[in-house]
Design a protein around this ligand. Structure first.
Ligand SMILES: [Zn+2]
Ligand SMILES: [Zn+2]
Length: 333
């Protein structure tokens, strides 16, 4: 990186003058957290700074060990840490998610965190912020990734439920963000039946409800005293689609809501009958549009398919480099 004040260390991205890390993968003294997915927000840091939703969700997930001290910051509010001006800006990824704006001696860097550009009523929309250097994620940074319309994808499930009423529909969703967004999409399409949740999805969903996000009637599947699951819609974590827990559902259609469901090989691998392609990340075109709108002097690419995006940007004469931060998985695709 040219910016000599923001560098990569083994713990993650480090701001030298501010003496803090962004989304560190190992515990550090001081961390700024873009959002509460487990690959970005890890427990055990001494001090953390994040939006109130990010910090509340971390506490909910990790308990007392979530950090020693936390500080909540409102999006758009300027804060100065040792001469570095800092702002959190909505990233449109999940509730509380943000980009981080850093300005030091007139040079502005924006760290995107994970982001998307599609409408999602469960969180604030991505905001374009002008900067000299834009650090973008590239989870779906290849031209083959073009996410379809989310309403159309959601309607595939509603259609399947109406056509296969003697089946249970068991749908894998990530616990934080995807689960709640998918429920709001189902509700938007007029699906007002009870939606049953695996116990592991209850806590975060209840947090969203507390934050006044309407998810309709949800029930923990363990409260259902029957072995007849026909005509029921059950959401569960992706890992539960094929574990012992899922064996109770005999006559079942299995689905998975993920950006990766656009890839045939993954559908087969996971033995999914109903792939639903909905992602909380920008697809190829959305990454390009975002870079165009921001039009930074320099783009740094991390977190995914760097090479494809870098070679495209180089062709377009955009100054760019790989940042290759490690430790970011697909918890949240
Ligand atoms: Zn991520
Ligand atoms: Zn994420």
């Amino acid at each position: 990186m040219n910016n000599n004040w923001l560098i990569k260390k083994k713990e993650g991205l480090y701001c030298i003058p501010g003496d803090f890390y962004i989304d560190p993968i190992y515990p550090v003294n001081s961390a700024l957290i873009t959002h509460s997915h487990t690959d970005h927000a890890r427990p055990g840091n001494k001090k953390i700074l994040g939006t109130s939703d990010t910090i509340n969700i971390m506490e909910l997930r990790y308990g007392n060990n979530y950090c020693q001290y936390s500080q909540k910051i409102e999006c758009g509010k300027l804060l100065k840490i040792r001469g570095v001006n800092i702002k959190f800006i909505p990233a449109g990824h999940i509730l509380g998610s943000s980009q981080i704006y850093l300005e030091y001696k007139g040079e502005i860097v924006v760290v995107s965190g994970d982001y998307k550009r599609r409408k999602d009523i469960t969180c604030d929309s991505f905001e374009v912020s002008k900067c000299h250097t834009f650090i973008t994620e590239a989870t779906f940074g290849l031209p083959i990734f073009s996410h379809p319309n989310d309403i159309h994808e959601t309607s595939k499930l509603i259609k399947s439920i109406s056509e296969n009423s003697d089946y249970c529909h068991l749908i894998g969703v990530y616990a934080l963000g995807k689960c709640q967004r998918f429920i709001t999409l189902l509700r938007k399409l007029g699906f007002d039946d009870v939606i049953y949740l695996h116990g592991a999805l209850m806590k975060i969903s209840n947090y969203y409800i507390d934050r006044k996000i309407d998810l309709g009637e949800l029930r923990n599947i363990s409260e259902l005293k029957t072995s007849d699951y026909s005509n029921k819609l059950v959401l569960c974590p992706p890992s539960s689609l094929s574990d012992r827990w899922s064996q109770r559902f005999r006559k079942v259609i299995k689905g998975f809501v993920s950006g990766w469901m656009g890839i045939k090989q993954r559908i087969k691998q996971k033995n999914i009958q109903l792939p639903i392609v909905i992602s909380d990340h920008a697809d190829w075109n959305e990454i390009l549009t975002t870079i165009e709108e921001i039009s930074p002097e320099k783009v740094l690419v991390t977190h995914g398919r760097e090479e494809g995006l870098l070679s495209y940007l180089k062709q377009k004469k955009v100054t760019c480099n790989a940042l290759n931060l490690i430790g970011f998985e697909d918890e949240d695709d």
